[in-house]
Design a protein around this ligand. Structure first.
Ligand SMILES: [Zn+2]
Length: 271
């Protein structure tokens, strides 16, 4: 059993290292995801601008047609003046010409405004294209970098996993599984000593009979409070009181019902 404890102590550092590498591998793509999100937004903006550009083109075409029609209307009216003989008719046509000129000017102004919008939009689109280009190459570069980092981490993980497998030789798989879970949950500390009657993992005082069981090293025991694997470690000063207090317990041939429950491994099987 001593061997198992020694192995578990060595293992806990390596298993913690394994988890650290696994976490790093999971975290690595996060930076890339941020950049990808940014690029997605840029692409969306770009598409929005392009669809506005298409709509604007149609509007400009329409205004150009309107302008031509207004020009033609004005020219026709001007020509019609030449054939007028009555002065009343002349006045009416003159008014129509004025109206047509205003209409033509309005259309021209609207067209100029739209064309200005179009220029501005083109400018925005070309800026967006530049941003898109930069972000795309950043994503590609980052992706390549991350691939290298991940493959390095993966080979580190492979060698650590190999170490874990070698060291855990002889330890039952179920115990190893439980131990790994404890390390994961309990801040990389899966095996801790008892000093006196106190679990050094959670600082809880354990019943003397239980401590005595742990001390016998006949089996692997888990702390009922923090679930860590326990081993007894002699500490100066603590030992005397322990020996004194456990004297009665050692004379006790059968553990009490209470203690049996207490050391029942199944209780902690969720770890
Ligand atoms: Zn504990």
């Amino acid at each position: 059993m001593k061997d198992t404890f020694v192995k578990l102590q060595k293992l806990q550092g390596i298993i913690a290292k394994k988890y650290e590498i696994e976490d790093k591998i999971k975290d690595v793509p996060k930076d890339l995801d941020v950049k990808k999100d940014l690029l997605d937004k840029t692409n969306k903006n770009y598409l929005d601008l392009c669809s506005r550009e298409s709509a604007l083109k149609v509007e400009i075409q329409q205004l150009e047609n309107d302008k031509l029609a207004a020009e033609k209307n004005r020219e026709d009216l001007e020509k019609s003046v030449e054939t007028i003989v009555l002065s009343r008719e002349y006045e009416t046509v003159s008014k129509d010409i004025e109206t047509a000129k205003n209409e033509e000017q309005k259309t021209r102004n609207a067209l100029i405004a739209k064309q200005k919008n179009f220029e501005d939009l083109r400018e925005k689109i070309s800026i967006q294209e530049e941003i898109q280009k930069n972000q795309s190459s950043e994503v590609a570069e980052e992706g390549e970098k991350l691939e290298v980092i991940i493959s390095q981490l993966q080979s580190e993980l492979d060698s650590v996993t190999k170490e874990v497998n070698e060291l855990s030789d002889g330890i039952p798989e179920s115990m190893l599984f439980k131990f790994e879970r404890i390390i994961r949950k309990k801040n990389n500390l899966g095996i801790v000593p008892i000093h006196g009657t106190v679990c050094e993992g959670c600082n809880m005082t354990l019943p003397l009979q239980f401590v005595n069981e742990v001390r016998k090293e006949n089996d692997v025991h888990f702390c009922p409070y923090c679930s860590r694997v326990l081993f007894y470690e002699e500490v100066e000063g603590e030992e005397a009181s322990f020996t004194f207090e456990t004297k009665d317990v050692e004379d006790d041939a059968e553990p009490s019902e209470n203690l049996k429950d207490f050391i029942n491994d199944d209780e902690f099987s969720d770890f």
